[in-house]
Design a protein around this ligand. Structure first.
Ligand SMILES: Cc1cc2nc3c(=O)[nH]c(=O)nc-3n(C[C@H](O)[C@H](O)[C@H](O)COP(=O)(O)O)c2cc1C
Length: 174
């Protein structure tokens, strides 16, 4: 189904380019969602990660319904959210690339307490149990109940903005 609502001011339809350009201005953190499926690790890079609820502790991300990773990720009994650090742009690129073994060298990872892969040197990881999914447009909203949350180094987040990876620069303390 195609939706072409007119732009509120100009009356012109909002094009995919208008939409993408506006959204690209929104900077976001970068995570890699990982899981274990049929004994093999799976994972993909996502910027759609968000906190949802404190009680119960819920987080979410959106995955493209066309993703070939999603059927395996969605079938897993838990998943991990790996929050990337500023020097992990290559890892983010690798987990967005098709046709490569994303978990082969130089990716460094270990199996977490429930089995889902935990990537080495990330800022933090969360281990989540599936809580809810919903089809939303061309994506699936995935909500996870956080069973474990560990911070490894909070000060250096990887950010994504206008198609590029970068670092966070805090305003000088006033
Ligand atoms: C910075 C960045 C952010 C991304 N965020 C998402 C996301 O939130 N949801 C999603 O489904 N794919 C996202 N992707 C795309 C996936 O990482 C990946 O390219 C896609 O899953 C690969 O296809 P596959 O799932 O068929 O292997 C993102 C890619 C990049 C580079």
């Amino acid at each position: 189904m195609t939706h072409t609502l007119p732009d509120a001011r100009t009356g012109r339809p909002v094009t995919a380019d208008d939409f993408r350009e506006a959204l690209a201005v929104h900077a976001s953190g970068v995570v890699v969602i990982t899981a274990q499926h049929a004994g093999a690790p799976v994972g993909l890079t996502a910027t759609s990660f968000s906190s949802v609820s404190l009680d119960p502790p819920l987080v979410s991300f959106y995955v493209d319904r066309a993703s070939t990773t999603w059927p395996r990720l969605g079938a897993a009994d838990h998943f991990a959210v790996n929050i990337l650090a500023s020097d992990q742009a290559e890892l983010a690129t690798r987990f967005a690339r098709k046709g490569v073994d994303r978990f082969a060298e130089p990716t460094r990872w270990r199996a977490g307490p429930l089995g889902a892969p935990l990537l080495q040197d990330v800022s933090a990881h969360l281990i989540c149990l599936p809580y809810e999914t919903a089809d939303v447009g061309d994506h699936v909203l995935v909500v996870g109940l956080v069973a474990e949350a560990r911070v490894h180094g909070a000060g250096r987040p990887l950010l994504y903005h206008q198609g590029r990876f970068g670092r966070f620069l805090a305003h000088p303390a006033s």
